[in-house]
Design a protein around this ligand. Structure first.
Ligand SMILES: Cc1ncc(COP(=O)(O)O)c(C=O)c1O
Length: 392
């Protein structure tokens, strides 16, 4: 039978990188390829108590349909505690199935075929796959070690005044680990207002800062509803619950709620209640501190191993948080070639290619340090360095 797919579905193709990453399932392989939180940090015993409490207290309620907007207590807690210096009423929060659903809804609400959207160069692969369904045209903004270069952003907006929105990951960006300084955050909001474009602030990593003070979000500089903030519990709690949120102005959140209703009515009632009850029975800040302690050590071990084993002209930023380190190799090197060789020696990473919306750069790789033990990180970086050495 000929599949009579919609035109946009005909263009969907399996990501090349997903095919490559299948190779990383090999037994005994040290993988820096994923972005998975460390499963040993999931609060299993606490969740058993939480589930017991929920079924005793709420019974049938948690297995029933519920509000599209999401659990009211959960939205109140998020509005009051999870966006640092942004405090919003629950009415401005919609619970989503991870921030990935926030990205999809953003595409659904704002992108018509051929619409221009701005993103970082490079940017989060999952955002590209979410937006691609709606067939945008990407305008990439150059980055330095501190994130988007504001002058380039303004330049791109000047020459593309019809841009729909700016998509940015300001804290410990995926894939580069870069963090946007406070003055650039302020400037970005000023520019958004000047050119009347929205900012999508995707912030899964802001709470995972291992040194210094957390920066104020871009949203905190916005009094006029230009910034839409996407948050998630995936990296500070458990990704399997699939709980994230969108925070936006009254008129915008109303549109997102309508899209949510048409997509899946609401998020899993039980998962939302589990999160609320966990936060009532236990201290989530303490839990996040434990996660940070473990990741800080793993990051330090990876940085030390990079320093010790890598050729001196391999460049990287000593990131202060998040899950990733981004390596820049000699321009003549293609990291996909290195990937194949590395997998043969039982170590893997993500070649940088697929994080570029348009103009692919081939000499970068993303390393994740959250899901491997300190010993495996040391051994893995040693092996990877040996492979890279052969190309220097
Ligand atoms: C930048 C960024 N945005 C969004 C997501 C999606 O996260 P989730 O849907 O689990 O909340 C991720 C996941 O890795 C990410 O790195």
């Amino acid at each position: 039978m000929e599949l009579k797919l919609a035109k946009r579905a005909q263009k969907l193709k399996a990501s090349e990188i997903r095919e490559l990453l299948k190779l990383t399932q090999k037994k005994g392989l040290i993988s820096f390829a994923g972005g998975l939180p460390a499963p040993e940090l999931f609060p299993i015993d606490e969740m058993k108590k939480v589930t017991e409490e929920i079924f005793t207290k709420y019974g049938k309620e948690v297995l029933q349909y519920s509000l599209t907007e999401g659990n009211e207590d959960l939205r109140t807690i998020i509005g009051e505690t999870r966006m640092k210096n942004v405090k919003v009423p629950k009415e401005n929060i919609l619970i989503t199935s991870g921030s990935q659903q926030g990205l999809d809804f953003t595409g659904k609400l704002f992108i018509d075929k051929g619409d221009k959207i701005i993103c970082e160069k490079p940017t989060y692969l999952g955002a590209l796959t979410a937006f691609n369904v709606y067939e945008p045209e990407y305008v990439e903004v150059e980055m330095d070690d501190y994130g988007m270069i504001i002058e380039d952003l303004e330049e791109k907006l000047k020459s593309n005044p019809e841009v729909k929105f700016i998509y940015t990951i300001p804290d410990f960006q995926n894939p580069t680990g870069r963090t946007l300084p406070v003055d650039r955050r302020k400037k970005m909001v000023e520019i958004a207002k000047k050119y009347e474009v929205l900012i999508i602030e995707d912030n899964p990593y802001g709470e995972l800062r291992y040194e210094g003070e957390r920066y104020p979000s871009i949203k905190s500089f916005d009094d006029d509803g230009y910034v839409i903030y996407l948050g998630t519990f995936s990296k500070i709690f458990c990704p399997g619950l699939r709980i994230g949120w969108i925070c936006a102005s009254d008129i915008i959140i109303e549109k997102y709620i309508m899209v949510k209703q048409s997509a899946d009515l609401h998020c899993n009632t039980l998962a939302q209640q589990e999160l609320v009850t966990f936060m009532k029975m236990f201290d989530i800040e303490e839990h996040i501190d434990q996660i940070k302690e473990v990741y800080r050590k793993r990051r330090n071990v990876m940085l030390e191993a990079l320093e010790k084993y890598m050729p001196k002209d391999v460049k990287y930023v000593k990131t202060e948080g998040g899950l990733f380190i981004w390596l820049e190799l000699k321009e003549t090197i293609d990291t996909k070639v290195i990937f194949e060789e590395a997998v043969k020696r039982d170590v893997a990473f993500v070649p940088g290619h697929s994080f570029y919306a348009k103009d692919v750069r081939k000499n970068y790789m993303r390393l994740n340090y959250s899901s491997m033990s300190e010993d495996l990180i040391k051994e893995g970086i040693k092996r990877l360095s040996e492979v890279i050495m052969e190309y220097y």
